[in-house]
Each structure stands twice: as structure tokens, then as C-alpha cells.
Design a protein around this ligand. Structure first.
Ligand code: ATP
Ligand SMILES: Nc1nc2c(ncn2[C@@H]2O[C@H](COP(=O)(O)O)[C@@H](O)[C@H]2O)c(=O)[nH]1
Length: 398
């Protein structure tokens, strides 16, 4: 339980309603989901991010929750619209790609986090219009060439893909840089952070601890890139069970002999480590082929051909000739009112000062996908503007 924020309980009971701004805050809104009222507001504590406090109406207590995900920066004003297990947050006066956020309050991810931490948890997730490309999980036995294929992809499409930098307790190899190839970490520190719920997945692999932090995935999404995860089969299984929607690819060697040759030729492991990795490879290949975790199995015999097949799987083979056009961005009017009818959020422009804003935006939240940790995809919208000649212009997705 934390100290009470500037708002009093009476303010919540008398004045604040779902979807309405509070009169005594520039960047504050409240929304009630179940027995809890969420007070969402910026910079009260001197930071630049939007903070969350909860008033538990059953207990009559204020709670300061553990907040997961990248916090949005504060803005000129907020509207909050409660949905079933999350709250839609509309940020006023922010850039078009920073206007729509979700505060998850009762999703599967939040419930899992609450269970492991034993505290109240909320999680931020930025909203994305349309079906933004899913992250890519690449798995397969050690030495099969996951890293090689990922490097080729990142080199050819530097602005499209971003690598999720894992944590590991293994020692760095000669050419490996901390923070680039891995976050090289002490076991005790990593175990503590796992307990604190900072990892999307983790596993003991070939005698060391490896894991993908939520921050690693968020960082790539924040850069507007499609995240690539290079993780073992156990990790892939955990991600499959999480709310991170991804494409799962298992890279398979042409034979165990070839796998052994690649591992030995790479020359990065001791004899003992090579034998351990080869012993584990047989089980990984079995699971990779039979476990239904993976959407695709990619046989890596000849590297260039495998890379071409990988690009095809990711829809990149015709990328240069026919780049896919995006679904567009929503540009919210600064002064607006918000109402909700079923799965449609109606955003009405109030003042007439903004020449380029649409008068009415209808946000469709019926097909939301993904969510924390990561983006909430599947937002659709229609923007309707009227002109002095009486004509109406409609744009956006239906
Ligand atoms: N198709 C191929 N034919 C021959 N050698 C290859 C091929 N693909 C990759 N290699 C080589 O095999 C070695 C292992 O590749 P890489 O390091 O990419 O494997 P990895 O799956 O990322 O391994 P790890 O899981 O241990 O990180 C490298 O030296 C790479 O140059
Ligand atoms: N479950 C996870 N597995 C991971 C992660 N990062 C890497 N890996 C896998 O570990 C092995 C060995 O990697 P190496 O760099 O020591 O050769 C390999 O299969 C990787 O895919 C992770 O975050 N989680």
C-alpha cells in the first residue's frame, strides 16, 4: 500500500467517471474495472512518465501497483476508457504513434505476474493500428546456424528487425560484447530478477542460465522494429504459452554429423561443452519436430538457400518490388470527448481550432491481439471529417 495521491477518495466518488478527465489534473484520468478505480496521471512525483495508483473500493485502500512494461511519457491530457481486462488510454497532444496505449489490469500476463510477485500489478502496452508484424522466435540446436541466419536478416533489413538481447550466466566468447550479443550476468542477480518477474522466459541451457527480459523485447518494439528472439526449445515453449504472439521457426541441421562439424569448426567451445551440446541436440531436434510449438521447420543445409527460404517464410522475398503499405496512423484531436458503444470508441472533436483534425474518430477495439509484454495489435479506425462545403470525408479501415 502506498501513500495517497493528491486526489481524495471523495473526488473519485463524486466527480470522476469512466472516460472523463479529472478537473484538478492536467494529465490525469480515472477508470473503474471491477472493484478497483485506477488513477492514471503524469509527473506527480517529478518524473516524466505516467504513473498509476489504485483505489480498492472493497478495502477502501489506496494501492501503488508494480508497473510492468515501458511507461508512456506524460502529455497534455488523458482519456481513459475501461475495457474488460484493460483500460484504453488516449494521450492528448502526443505524436500520432504515441497516442494510444493500454493499461492491462486483469489480463493473463498481469494475473501471472500478480501470482509470482504476490502484489498488485498493472502492465503498459502500446496500441498499434492494424496487424503489425509479429515477433519471430528462432530456435534449434547449438551450431545449427540460428545466429548466422539472424545476422544475415539484420544486415539486409536493418530498419525492420531488432534483436532481443538475452541475459546469460555463461562467460563471454572472445568477440562477444556485453549488451550487444548478451547481457552477461551473475547467476544470483539473474535469479533475483527472475523472481521479480522481469523475464518473459528463462531456461537452463547446456549448464548455464539464459533468459529473455521483458525489457529486451520492449526495447525493440519501442524502436519500431520487429523483434527476433534466438532462444532454445524450452524458451520457445514458454513464449508460446505467454501472451507474446510470435512466429516460431525451428532450424534443423541436415544431419548430426554436419551439426558436429559446424560446432567443432566454430571453435568456441571446449571438447566437454561440444559433447554436452551434441547430447542436448538430439532431444531438441525431437521436440522441435514433434512438439507443435513451431509454425515452421527450416532445414539448413546450404546457407544461402536456407536464408532465402527464411525470407519467404517471413514474407520478405518480394519485399523490394512490392513493399507492403501500412494501415496508417490515428491523429487524435487534442480536445475531444470520448464515449463507448460496444466495441467502438467514439472520439469527438470539441474545439474548432485544429484545421487538420477529423471531427469524429471511431476506434474499433473488437479485434485486439497480443498485449503486454509487447504491443497490442489489431486496432482499427475510421476518421470522419466534414468540410465547409458540406462534404464528408471518411478514411481508415472498416
Ligand atoms: N549452412 C551452413 N553450412 C556450413 N556451415 C554453416 C552453415 N550455417 C552456419 N554455418 C557455420 O556453423 C557455425 C555455427 O553457426 P551459428 O553460430 O550461427 O549457430 P547457432 O545456431 O547460432 O549456435 P548457438 O546456438 O550455439 O549460438 C558457424 O561457424 C557458421 O559459420
Ligand atoms: N531459453 C533461452 N535460450 C537462449 C536465450 N538466449 C540464447 N539461448 C539459447 O542458448 C543456446 C546456447 O547459446 P550460446 O550463445 O551459448 O551458443 C542456444 O540454443 C540459444 O538459442 C534465451 O534468452 N532464452
Amino acid at each position: 500500500m502506498g501513500k495517497a495521491p493528491a486526489l481524495l477518495v471523495d473526488d473519485l466518488q463524486d466527480g470522476a467517471q469512466n472516460g472523463l478527465e479529472l478537473k484538478n489534473g492536467t494529465c490525469k484520468a480515472t477508470a473503474t474495472v471491477g472493484d478497483k478505480t485506477y488513477v492514471i496521471g503524469g509527473a506527480d512525483d517529478g518524473t516524466l512518465s505516467i504513473e498509476v495508483q489504485i483505489f480498492d473500493r472493497n478495502l477502501g485502500e489506496w494501492v501503488r501497483p508494480t508497473v510492468r512494461g515501458t511507461k508512456p511519457v506524460s502529455c497534455k491530457g488523458l482519456s481513459a476508457v475501461p475495457l474488460e481486462d484493460k483500460i484504453l488510454i488516449l494521450k492528448k497532444g502526443s505524436k500520432p504513434d504515441d497516442q494510444i496505449w493500454f493499461l492491462e489490469v486483469d489480463t493473463q500476463y498481469v494475473r501471472q505476474q500478480q501470482e509470482s510477485l504476490g502484489t498488485e500489478v498493472v502492465a503498459w502496452s502500446k496500441g498499434v493500428v492494424g496487424n503489425a508484424e509479429k515477433p519471430v522466435v528462432i530456435s534449434g540446436p547449438s551450431g545449427v546456424s540460428k545466429g548466422t541466419l539472424i545476422s544475415m536478416l539484420m544486415k539486409e533489413f536493418p530498419s525492420m528487425f531488432g534483436f532481443s538481447v538475452s541475459h546469460t550466466t555463461r562467460a563471454p566468447r572472445d568477440m562477444e560484447k556485453d549488451g550487444v550479443h548478451y547481457h552477461f550476468t551473475e547467476k544470483s542477480i539473474m535469479e533475483k530478477e527472475i523472481k521479480e518477474g522481469k523475464f518473459l522466459e528463462f531456461a537452463s541451457v547446456h549448464g548455464n542460465l539464459y533468459g529473455t527480459s521483458v525489457d529486451a523485447v520492449e526495447l525493440v518494439a519501442d524502436a519500431g522494429k520487429r523483434c527476433i528472439l534466438d532462444i532454445d526449445v524450452q524458451g520457445a515453449r514458454s513464449v508460446r504459452a505467454s501472451s507474446l504472439e510470435a512466429i516460431f521457426i525451428f532450424v534443423c541441421p541436415p544431419s548430426m554429423e554436419e551439426l558436429e562439424k559446424r560446432l567443432r569448426d566454430r571453435g568456441t567451445e571446449t571438447e566437454e561443452q561440444i559433447l554436452k551440446r551434441l547430447r542436448n541436440a538430439a532431444a531438441e531436434i525431437d521436440q522441435g519436430k514433434s512438439s507443435h510449438i513451431f509454425d515452421f521447420i527450416l532445414y539448413n543445409d546450404k546457407l544461402v538457400e536456407s536464408y532465402d527460404r527464411l525470407k519467404k517464410l517471413l514474407g520478405l522475398d518480394d519485399f523490394v518490388t512490392t513493399p507492403k503499405s501500412g494501415p496508417g496512423e490515428i491523429d487524435l484531436p487534442i480536445d475531444h470527448s470520448v464515449s463507448k458503444i460496444d466495441n467502438k470508441i467514439i472520439i469527438n472533436r470539441i474545439s474548432s481550432g485544429e484545421k487538420e483534425s477529423k471531427n469524429l474518430i471511431i476506434l474499433d477495439v473488437s479485434s485486439l491481439k497480443g498485449g503486454a509484454p509487447g504491443r497490442t495489435r489489431g486496432l482499427n479506425f475510421q476518421a470522419i471529417g466534414s468540410f465547409s462545403n458540406g462534404l464528408t470525408e471518411i478514411e481508415g479501415l472498416s
